[in-house]
Ligand binder design. Structure first.
Ligand SMILES: [Zn+2]
Length: 368
């Protein structure tokens, strides 16, 4: 995870029995604070820790890794709302959180916000959440050595919630550990700050960021290197930028495809110009994104639209466009795109490559 000092300090605290009941993990967003908090919860509850780490295979580890341990609780910033007399709390959103977080330890606040569909100001931890926590936290643990409450971005607690939470920290239940993460300590009440043992996590090494983007996010080498350089050691930031970029390229693809399908040479020229004015790396990524989107349309054509990972607004496009594709056409177009990718990598003139590709696609799409 690339946080050797922090890992060592947790090991030392555990082996000397000095682990505080409230730990505050600080550091910029996107460096894996939440995953680190989760790893601590697993470590202190592991039934057979080895070499200063959790075993990963005992019943406790397995449940924690799946996010189904009854004594490990998350408090997440959510859109606080009441519907039909029901107050929504973290538990009501937990299923939407579990899958992306456990798939990607650097799951970011930006991605969470996108799932919830609110803006960053709306996401908060309300006093209702803390009151609910208070009701259950003094009960005995179901099975764990330590009950653990992980609070993601504790600076998102509103003032009323902070005061209630402070009382909990002042009268901590037995065998309970609070692990709070915070990306911006200046927003945190000093009283909460002073009740916690603070542990600063570091920015991630540029090479690790680059490797992560390539291995886990499918970024090509050029793009990964570029984003690793500008994201200041934050995998979350780099992933967000990668996603924004692919969304922009996705829109470019849709416009280009519409022009191509229309067969209007003027429109095709205009769209192709937008593509070849991008950097060479972006042109390559554009072709990768295009192949991905084309397959999304095919999924809809085959009646398997639910398998598509496209965003809802894009799904509308795919479901409409799907009537113009077939497995055979998609295979042929994908082949032409692969060919274009080779030409672009081999320094061919991008204007010619994309114009020629557009015309071939027109032929395939309009042919029977
Ligand atoms: Zn274990």
């Amino acid at each position: 995870m690339g946080q050797p000092e922090a890992v060592q300090s947790i090991r030392d605290a555990v082996s000397h029995n000095r682990l505080a009941h409230a730990l505050l993990l600080t550091g910029p967003s996107g460096i894996g604070k939440l995953a680190f908090a989760h790893a601590i919860a697993q470590y202190i509850n592991c039934l057979s820790p080895k070499d200063g780490d959790s075993c990963g295979t005992c019943s406790s580890c397995v449940k924690i890794q799946k996010g189904i341990h009854p004594d490990i609780r998350f408090i997440l910033p959510i859109i606080s709302k009441t519907e039909g007399g029901k107050r929504f709390l973290t538990d009501d959103y937990f299923d939407s959180f579990r899958q992306p977080f456990f798939a990607d330890p650097y799951f970011s606040m930006g991605q969470w916000q996108q799932i919830l569909g609110g803006d960053s100001k709306q996401l908060m931890i309300s006093v209702h959440e803390i009151r609910e926590l208070k009701r259950s936290i003094y009960l005995k643990a179901f099975e764990a050595k330590y009950k653990v409450v992980i609070v993601w971005n504790v600076e998102k607690i509103n003032t009323e919630g902070s005061n209630a939470f402070l009382k909990l920290l002042e009268e901590p239940p037995d065998q309970t550990m609070f692990i709070l993460t915070c990306s911006d300590p200046s927003l945190l009440l000093p009283t909460i700050n002073s009740r916690c043992q603070r542990l600063a996590l570091r920015r991630i090494d540029r090479d690790l960021v680059r490797q992560y983007l390539m291995e886990k996010k499918g970024a090509d080498e050029g793009r990964a290197t570029e984003l690793a350089a500008v994201s200041e050691g934050s995998i979350g930031t780099a992933s967000d930028m990668l996603q924004e970029n692919s969304q922009a390229l996705g829109q470019l693809y849709i416009n280009w495809l519409r022009a191509t399908y229309s067969g209007d040479y003027q429109k095709i020229t205009e769209e192709v110009e937008k593509i070849y004015k991008e950097s060479k790396e972006a042109q390559k990524q554009f072709l990768h994104v295009s192949m991905q989107k084309l397959r999304d349309s095919l999924l809809f054509n085959l009646g398997m639209g639910e398998r598509s990972l496209a965003m809802p607004d894009e799904q509308v496009f795919h479901s409409r466009f799907s009537q113009f594709v077939s497995p055979d056409k998609v295979e042929r177009i994908a082949g032409e795109m692969e060919e274009s990718l080779r030409h672009i990598s081999g320094n061919a003139n991008p204007q010619m490559v994309f114009t020629s590709l557009s015309l071939k696609m027109y032929g395939i799409l309009r042919g029977s």
